[in-house]
Design a protein around this ligand. Structure first.
Ligand code: UDP
Length: 503
């Protein structure tokens, strides 16, 4: 187990984005939280401090909570290779896919329990009776019984799922069920992800959110974005060494110094060349190879545009054993392309040694993109979509999972109905490259929607509500907007769902 340092952020900086009224309301809610939580420590436990959506969200969410004076702490569990193979198998099956096709049987149960026991012993050394522990994803769910026995209140947040149950998903849920049923509350990103056997009293729906001021989303001039992409080796030319700055999560200044490892015949010839970008982990469900083929097959319709598939250095994401294989697979498929396709496609591995520097590189990639793609075959929520929407980029994405909650087709982006349809994906990209007015309109709508619904304050208030409920102290409703109170009353007898906008 490793304790992850948490930066301290103040919501005051967010006023220009969320509006002064929302900022005041937020401050009131947090003031109340300090009283209601009454000295309890709120622990978050997941399996990786960097790489992927959960780590991304915790970095900022917890920093705001800490900055507001709540006692919040973050632990990352340990695991060995076989353990992460098992949890990755569960991850794929919760998405309805077989993954590596291996078993979830007696050996897997025993090994999962063995690793969990080791983590549990360390957790018990620090968590006290009465503390609230939020466990994230299947990797940590095994800790539920030991934490309950220690008198902690346990919330499990599941960031993955799929809309329809199938055999693979059912198998994963049977594996997890004995642990899940012991949690005091469970959080899902969509109502459709809640397993039918879970009591509706303990299921809460809270979609994820992004932080407008994080290094990944903070404003960045076009010139700086271009310069960073030139520095890392994606765009041709010379980078100016005095324009590589960014602000770190804790608000100290940072500077991009490292370069990316890029598979390419040569860099994108210039910053005026339209760049199509997908940013993802190297995971089969993100279908980087599908984007590669969708683009390559229809490159004659893409003008002089290039494609960049951007992911973390696959050797650096410890809880993702598949990353290297998926990346190598993409490289092999790239190597098979005709030279005229190869020279327009770039496979980019971003260094992860400095997580803020990595975030600045992602920020630059998304901001510079003429079109952002997220061709996931399955998607719990899809933070990369939210990030692109917030930056006002036109998005082409598969109509799967939480992406559907973010984009209405033709309003905030273009959705591709069949996620395996590379032709339709290429077609939508070509449409946006050709129709600048459409691209601009979708980008504008996307930004508005991201600000209204998918920023950190909305999520924080929902989470605090849930923690109050778990602690047996429901918060007074009178400092929330009328719309929210109505929604809450209306949904109290269904799956518990708290929906409201920050504006
Ligand atoms: N990401 C990153 N660096 C990279 C590639 C991805 O920080 O090199 C981030 C990406 O910006 C997003 C997160 O990882 O914030 C991925 O979250 P998402 O919900 O899209 O997918 P997940 O990886 O959780 O399945």
């Amino acid at each position: 187990m490793q304790r992850v340092p948490i930066a301290r952020l103040s919501f005051d900086h967010l006023s220009p984005v969320i509006g002064a009224r929302s900022a005041v309301r937020l401050r009131n809610v947090i003031d109340e939280a300090r009283v209601v939580l009454d000295g309890r420590v709120v622990w978050h436990i997941n399996s990786s401090a960097q790489g992927g959506g959960v780590a991304e969200m915790l970095q900022t969410l917890l920093a705001y909570e800490c900055g507001a004076g709540l006692d919040v702490r973050w632990l990352v569990t340990d695991g060995d290779g076989p353990y992460f193979n098992i949890t990755k198998r569960i991850h794929h099956r919760l998405h309805g896919q077989n993954g590596d096709g291996g078993l979830l049987s007696t050996y897997e149960h025993k090994h999962f329990a063995r690793v969990t026991k080791r983590n549990g012993e360390q957790v018990l050394a620090t968590v006290r009776s009465g503390d609230i522990v939020v466990l994230h994803d299947p990797q940590t769910i095994g800790l539920t019984p030991v934490l309950r026995r220690a008198g902690a209140l346990v919330v499990w947040r599941c960031h993955i799922g799929q809309d329809e149950m199938n055999r693979a998903a059912d198998e994963a849920w049977q594996f997890l069920r004995p642990y899940v049923e012991q949690a005091h509350a469970c959080i899902f990103s969509r109502a459709a992800y809640v397993p039918a056997w879970l009591s509706s009293e303990s299921a809460f729906i809270i979609p994820p959110a992004i932080d407008a001021l994080s290094t990944k989303n903070q404003s960045m001039s076009r010139a700086t974005a271009r310069n960073i992409l030139t520095h890392i080796g994606l765009l041709a030319g010379y980078a100016r060494s005095n324009d590589l700055e960014f602000t770190r999560l804790g608000r100290s200044p940072g500077r991009v110094t490292r370069r990316a490892e890029i598979i390419q015949t040569r860099p994108v010839p210039g910053s005026a060349v339209p760049l199509v970008v997908q940013v993802s982990r190297w995971d089969p469900l993100k279908d980087m190879a599908g984007v590669l083929h969708g683009f390559a097959d229809q490159r004659h319709r893409m003008g002089d545009a290039h494609l960049a598939l951007v992911g973390p250095d696959p050797r650096s994401v410890t809880d993702d054993p598949e990353g290297l294989r998926v990346f190598q697979d993409c490289v092999a498929q790239w190597a098979e392309l005709a030279p005229s396709a190869q020279e327009r496609i770039h496979l980019v591995c971003l260094p992860m040694a400095d997580i803020d520097e990595n975030a600045a590189m992602v920020n630059a990639s998304q901001r510079h993109a003429a079109v952002v793609v997220q061709k996931s075959l399955r998607e719990g929520f899809g933070l990369t979509v939210t990030e692109a929407m917030y930056k006002g980029r036109p998005v082409v994405a598969s109509k799967v999972g939480g992406i559907q909650d973010q984009i209405a087709d033709g309003v905030h982006g273009l959705l591709v109905n069949d996620p395996t349809d590379t032709l339709a994906c290429g077609d939508a990209i070509a449409r946006l490259l050709a129709d600048k007015a459409l691209a601009r309109r979708l980008g504008r709508n996307a930004r508005r929607r991201a600000i209204a619904e998918f920023l950190a304050p909305r999520q924080l208030i929902q989470l605090l509500d849930l923690l109050y409920a778990v602690a047996g102290k429901p918060r007074r409703l009178n400092n929330r907007p009328k719309k929210e109170r109505r929604n809450r009353a209306a949904t109290s007898d269904r799956r518990r769902q708290i929906v409201f906008n920050t504006r």
